[in-house]
Design a protein around this ligand. Structure first.
Ligand code: TTP
Ligand code: MG
Length: 357
């Protein structure tokens, strides 16, 4: 019998900060960019549950979070505490939690800084799987001072949905024969992979709940969504046979962009390189890495000839400015005779960091 678990830490970054600053216990906490008294331009990484009561949430502009906090204060509630992101610290905690899991479970798929799928089939029964996960939650609470929410089900899809159902500090077990009844009650948005766009289109064709999605004919789903329609159909039935597999370690993070028009406008291209360096750095941090050692750029010319150039630093760097500098420096020769004697136009640029930790 397959039994799969999914563990997701509660308000992860914010819970760590709350733990480390006992004077903040119980206060609303927002972790993210500097709000700069309401004119800051970044976003909220996460907020603890007290701050979520004010409507503050991940990915929201930090200026909006600031206003929500001020509004709450006007009503006599405590103002939120705004803290910067200390990704190095959170990665360490993440690795410790992974250690706790690995000591008791062989097959683990860590999917983000605070989430993992666990193959609990070896437990032999849902009861024993639940006992094991209760012990693990207890150990995480004792050793790390943090709470986690756990879902247990017959596959990854159901386990992931289940871990979200009783947050925070939740434990939700969904046995095979309960799957359909549970899914049928939930809105379609609860299915992993269904974002705001799919949700809106499903609502348009009359499916608010997973039950309603299940009742749409296969033909209509395929007409509307193509291949994705078939996947939705399986999800709505709680079907998923994907294995819990060790993620190949991400050793690089990058992005690339193809331009609307091929160009050799140096101001435009250097601006792009700079922006991409910043955003690759942000992405790297979001994925739980704090430093890089190698910077690589990709240049594709209008004739599709593609060139990669990279530079490895003597030691790891955690500086966005250094990434920006290295990427720019690698790119400059493409603007002149050194790498581009025929003045070929450029159609795509990419920036990537490797050897990340
Ligand atoms: P989540 O597990 O999505 O959120 P969470 O742990 O803060 O809260 P929940 O109790 O609902 O699980 O993400 C884990 C961490 O990843 C989160 O603490 C901060 C970070 N993160 C971002 O930096 N930006 C984001 O947009 C999201 C969603 C998360
Ligand atoms: Mg979480």
């Amino acid at each position: 019998m397959r039994i799969i678990g999914h563990l997701d830490m509660d308000a992860f970054f914010a819970s760590i900060e709350e733990r480390d600053r006992p004077e903040l216990a119980g206060r609303p906490i927002v972790v993210g960019s500097d709000p700069k008294e309401g004119v800051g331009r970044g976003v909220v990484s996460t907020a603890n549950y007290a701050a979520r009561k004010y409507g503050i949430h991940s990915a929201q502009p930090i200026s909006v979070a600031w206003r929500l906090s001020q509004a709450a204060e006007k009503e006599g509630k405590p103002a939120a505490v705004f803290l910067g992101v200390n990704i190095g610290k959170y990665s360490k905690v993440s690795a410790e939690i992974e250690g706790i899991l690995r000591r008791r479970i062989k097959a683990i798929q860590k999917t983000s800084v605070d989430e993992a799928y666990l193959d609990l089939s070896f437990c032999g029964s849902y009861k024993r799987a639940e006992e094991l996960m209760r012990r693990i939650k207890e150990e995480v609470r004792k050793k790390e001072g943090l709470t986690a929410s756990v879902g247990i089900g017959p596959n990854k899809l159901v386990a992931k949905i289940a871990s979200d159902l009783q947050k925070p500090d939740g434990m939700t077990v969904v046995r095979e024969k309960q799957v359909q009844r549970l899914l049928d009650m939930l809105p379609v948005r609860k299915l992993p992979g269904v974002g705001p766009k799919t949700e809106a289109r499903l609502n348009e064709i009359g499916a608010q709940t997973i039950r309603e999605l299940r009742e749409i004919s296969d033909k209509k789903l395929t007409d509307e969504f193509g291949k994705w329609g078939r996947e939705l159909r399986a999800k709505a039935r709680g079907l998923d046979d994907s294995p819990v597999e060790e993620e190949r370690e991400t050793k690089s993070v990058g992005e690339q962009e193809t331009f609307d028009e091929d160009t050799l406008d140096s101001k435009f291209l250097l601006g792009k390189i700079g922006k991409m360096a910043e955003s690759v750095f942000a992405k790297m941090r979001k994925e739980g890495f704090s430093s890089f050692r190698t910077v690589a750029i990709t240049v594709r010319f209008s004739n599709f000839r593609t060139v990669t150039r990279s530079r490895t630093l003597r030691q790891p760097s955690a500086e966005t400015s250094l990434l920006r500098f290295a990427a720019t420096d690698l790119f400059l020769p493409f603007l002149d005779k050194r790498e581009n004697p025929r003045k070929n136009l450029i159609r795509l640029l990419g920036v990537r960091v490797e050897n990340i930790e």
